[in-house]
Design a protein around this ligand. Structure first.
Ligand SMILES: Nc1nc2c(ncn2[C@@H]2O[C@H](COP(=O)(O)OP(=O)(O)OP(=O)(O)O)[C@@H](O)[C@H]2O)c(=O)[nH]1
Length: 530
């Protein structure tokens, strides 16, 4: 005996189940990954915003420090007087003042360097470099065309704080006007090195941070002799970085240089990033490199009194917590897969069950022919369609198509059962169904009407209906000839329908015709029309 539940499993299309499970899994996973990604992105963007705000605070704090250095040690009568002498004197006087000022400022500059002040730079009132403490031999050049902060201070006679490109370095600058006895005699810049900002930023943000410049800005404004201070930057051919950054060992430990470089190289391949660099736009991205997640952010650096982008602050962060959470996420995906599989399996089982139920409702269990109920439904549907197609004219003669019912019944079937047993009787009915199938056409409707009775609806006029019934009548005993079963004959009734709304009368009449065939000797056909 076959195990029925195993039989049911055999009916399941396993490839379809796996395909469907995979589709559900992909859908669920995509939604899940998208949710995780959105959360990471939101979190990361917020984190970066916070870091940038803290960094801006840092920049402001160094401005305050520069203010106090300026007020306490530079904007003093001795320096003011020296600048006034240079302002009013000839080249010789200027040279003498420059030397004296250099000597005077030297101890202060050395001390300031410990506080990461890189530039202490005096300018004349007409925006020429007067003394660079970091390059004392480089002076006299006109700064008007690119050091807009110096020009601004000398024109407006008020301090300036902000980022600006320069002829040697770039950085956050603090420029102050200088006066002697109320007269404007020049200006001075106290600027912190970008290294201090890098270190500060990295401490605050636990990021790796680079201050990078646009190559064309550096090529246009930095002294030829100072251009070697800049190296290519991995992220984009349009960017360069002061090589001083490479010489200073970074203090941060959470992201190695090699790792950061890998992230930069991976990001460099993204055309969106290159577009952002070219357009001077903000950029944010999340990358999965070598099994770890990173975020990369570019913030434009505005120079020249905030009029244009001259570079970017590039920060790279890792997501440690996500790397740690990865196994849990993978387990979750695994659970999704199992759920998808179970769901697809249950659905497939349900489909098989529904199919079986439909089959049971429509077919006869022994012969697998349609049962009487389903046959009647189909007949009604066919006739209703014909009726509506004909505009309710109810006439079967309006086109040449007519329908015939053929009903037949096994002669003396009781005897077969009584003589050979019920199982053989069953086998005879199955064989009859086979013969019926082989004689009738695909489009014909037929069923086991009940017991040993069969019914067919065929598209034919009465003559054709009779011919088909006769064909069947002859085919039946012939079909049994080469089987072990007892040969049987059948009696036939045939009724042609002239009107499609005459279903009940037609069925009654075909039953009568069959009875007539039985009464008039069996193994014969009797015909009529309604
Ligand atoms: N084996 C089997 N017999 C069935 C089935 N359905 C009905 N029968 C039998 O078919 C026989 C029908 O007998 P009757 O209605 O007397 O008709 P008959 O013996 O064929 O005689 P006529 O129709 O007058 O030629 C009965 O014995 C039923 O039990 C079935 O599914 N399997």
């Amino acid at each position: 005996m076959k195990n029925p539940s195993f039989e049911k499993l055999k009916n399941i299309h396993w490839r379809a189940v796996f395909g469907f499970a995979l589709a559900i899994f992909i859908l669920l996973s995509a939604a899940f990954v998208y949710t995780v990604y959105s959360q990471i992105k939101t979190f990361s963007v917020a984190q970066h915003e916070k870091q940038r705000a803290q960094f801006q605070f840092n920049v402001k704090a160094t401005g305050t420090l520069s203010d106090s250095v300026f007020q306490t040690t530079i904007n003093v009568p001795e320096v003011q007087k020296l600048l006034a002498t240079a302002h009013n004197g000839d080249e010789n006087a200027k040279a003498e003042v420059r030397e004296a000022l250099y000597r005077l400022m030297q101890p202060l500059y050395e001390t300031l360097q410990f506080s990461n002040v890189q530039q202490l730079h005096f300018h004349t009132t007409d925006n020429h470099s007067f003394l660079r403490m970091h390059r004392p031999n480089l002076y006299g050049d006109d700064l008007s065309d690119f050091r807009f902060s110096v020009k601004y201070v000398n024109e407006n006679l008020e301090p300036f704080h902000g980022f600006e490109e320069g002829r040697i370095f770039n950085g956050y600058r603090h420029v102050y006007p200088m006066f002697y006895q109320g007269a404007h005699v020049g200006s001075v810049e106290i600027s912190n090195s970008l290294i201090s900002f890098k270190e500060g930023y990295e401490q605050i943000a636990r990021d790796s941070v680079d201050f990078v410049m646009l190559r064309d800005v550096v090529e246009a404004f930095v002294f030829e002799s100072e251009q070697s201070n800049y190296d290519d930057y991995l992220l984009s051919p349009d960017l360069v970085i002061q090589n001083i950054f490479n010489r200073v060992e970074s203090e941060q430990t959470w992201l190695s240089d090699a790792e950061r470089n890998t992230v930069l190289e991976a990001s460099a391949k993204r055309s969106k990033l290159q577009q952002a660099v070219a357009a001077g736009n903000k950029y944010f991205d999340i990358l999965f490199v070598d099994g770890r997640l990173y975020s990369l952010r570019l913030d434009p650096l505005y120079g020249s009194l905030n009029t244009r982008v001259v570079g970017f602050v590039v920060s790279v962060s890792t997501f440690e917590y996500l790397t740690q959470a990865l196994p849990a996420l993978l387990i979750q995906l695994g659970i999704f897969f199992i759920i998808s599989l179970v769901f697809a399996f249950l659905l497939a089982k349900q489909r098989v069950y529904t199919k079986q139920m439909r089959r049971l409702a429509q077919r006869d269990g022994l012969t697998n022919l349609y049962n009487r109920r389903y046959f009647s439904e189909c007949v009604k549907r066919v006739l209703v369609n014909k009726l509506s197609a004909r505009g309710n004219r109810k006439s079967a003669e309006t086109n040449n198509k007519r329908y015939c019912f053929i009903m037949f019944d096994v002669d003396h079937f009781k005897k077969v059962n009584d003589t050979f047993g019920h199982d053989i009787g069953d086998a005879v009915l199955v064989k009859l169904a086979e013969i019926l199938k082989s004689v009738l056409r695909e489009g014909d409707l037929y069923c086991r009407w009940g017991g040993e009775e069969f019914m067919a609806l065929i598209e034919a006029d009465l003559a054709m209906g009779e011919e088909i019934a006769e064909r069947l009548r002859v085919a039946i005993p012939a079909g049994f000839a080469d089987s072990d079963m007892p040969a049987v004959t059948c009696s036939f009734g045939v009724v042609a329908m002239h009107k499609f709304d005459q279903l009940e009368p037609a069925l009654n009449l075909v039953d009568k015709m069959l009875y007539k065939a039985k009464a008039e000797g069996r193994n014969t056909t009797r015909i009529a029309s309604v």
